[in-house]
Design a protein around this ligand. Sequence first.
Ligand SMILES: [Zn+2]
Length: 262
Amino acid sequence: MIEKLAHPLGALSRPLGSLAQSVRTLARPLEGLTDMLFPQVCVVCRKTLDALEQQLCSACLTDFAPFPNPLAGGQAVIRSVNFHFGLGAIPSAAWSLYPYQSNGALHDALHAMKYQGLFPLGCLFGRRLGELVQSAGGPGELAAIVPVPLHPLKRIERSYNQSEAIASGMAEVLDLPVVEDAIERSAYTGSQTGLGITERRKNMAGGFRPAARNSRQISGRVLLVDDVLTTGATMVAAASALREAGADEVAFAVVAVTEEKV
Ligand SMILES: [Zn+2]
């Protein structure tokens, strides 16, 4: 019976195959039509993008006001970590593209990347961050890029982790592997507000742990990646879990950093 059925189905597959071919042939001009009907717009100001722009228009990119030189962002990261957690928590190297702004174009873009599931926007920031690392003298000998993991419940809620998108853009430029399962969140942590350095460290110590199962053994110098560094609590805790997982050194890369005026 099955054999008998197979025959007419086999005959059917030919017209279906040629239909698929026709759809493919039509797809190219349709792409142009789709662009005309649903033009690519800037995620921040909704202006129609020109052929060379991706996700963001050049006016919004200019509004982001990057650090004045390739080293300044990393220095701001180190100042912030030192201010909140002391010298012992400072990463082996650090890079950042922008001083964080609590409103305006950069804030809107970072918010869209985090909450609208815009993977290509995360990759775009990641590629820019990768280029910054290169222009700041290169990353040195790095073994892997590790995105800061989201708590599994948050990941389900948001459907994607923006740090993974940033890490994947950086990996493209720096030609390094991304290891997404080196560490994991161990618990929700309470607010850090009003705590001293020691209490903050203790509070965050339980925030991450080496993953029970990981796809790749972590060793050597690792680049830890996140979207925004505010006090550094998340990065410092994740770095400590990474060292526990086998990393000898941890460097930090973030898209934006809240500057400490110290
Ligand atoms: Zn724009």
